[in-house]
Design a protein around this ligand. Structure first.
Ligand SMILES: [Fe+2]
Length: 218
């Protein structure tokens, strides 16, 4: 199973979207912004697209989902919670539940619904890989719009930390300087948010007002 990272952007917005592939079959995670870059890779490597996984409904994560869904006639997965909370719609949309196994060809996908950044944000565990969208970054965790959201995120991070093995490779939707694909062991000792085990402290740190910019974590 190979992971291909696509660095895509739209002005200031920089995303990492992913293709996981094996035996010429592939699944896209959060395809956005650069159709040609992604599609050329599929064509050049003769990879047949089998499905699309969406971690959440923000435009920089879903922008190309309807186009790939139409071109390849494949299902698009998103958590039922996210679809419901934001009234999200997309061609071939399939709602999924927390830990409800999705089987596509040889791929077995385990959706981990980890609310916080959005109400239905989902990470997808596939073998030893985990695609985390804006829930977990290598350097930190996703932005929260409210105290309640930060509370949800704390619970999600505790689940994530306990659930994933230390060797799991983490592939977030953005990089803030460190190459993605680090393992959980790395995050456990380097990502500050995994070291805060008190909910109140986590919330006040995540929601602090004195960050130099909204993307700063420390
Ligand atoms: Fe987001």
């Amino acid at each position: 199973m190979e992971v291909k990272v696509f660095l895509v952007s739209n002005g200031k917005m920089k995303n990492q979207c992913y293709l996981i592939y094996d035996h010429q079959m592939g699944i896209l995670i959060d395809p956005a912004w650069d159709y040609e870059l992604i599609n050329n890779f599929l064509l050049e490597n003769q990879i047949i697209l089998k499905g699309i996984l969406l971690t959440h409904s923000h435009p920089d994560h879903v922008n190309l989902a309807p186009i790939f869904a139409a071109d390849y006639g494949v299902p698009v997965y998103m958590s039922a919670a996210e679809i419901e909370a934001y009234n999200f719609s997309c061609l071939n949309l399939v709602p999924v539940q927390h830990l409800e196994e999705i089987v596509i060809g040889d791929f077995v996908i385990n959706p981990l619904v980890t609310p916080g950044h959005t109400l239905g944000s989902t990470c997808y565990q596939i073998g030893s890989h985990c695609f985390t969208g804006d829930t977990v970054f290598i350097e930190g965790v996703g932005e929260c719009k409210s105290i309640k959201a930060a509370e949800l995120l704390f619970d999600s991070i505790q689940f994530f930390r306990n659930y994933l093995p230390k060797y799991a490779l983490i592939w977030p939707g953005h990089s803030f300087g460190i190459t993605t694909g680090k393992d959980m062991d790395y995050l456990l000792s380097n990502n500050l948010y995994f070291q805060i085990d008190q909910k109140e402290m986590f919330i006040s740190f995540r929601m602090r007002k004195n960050r130099p910019n909204p993307l700063a974590f420390h």
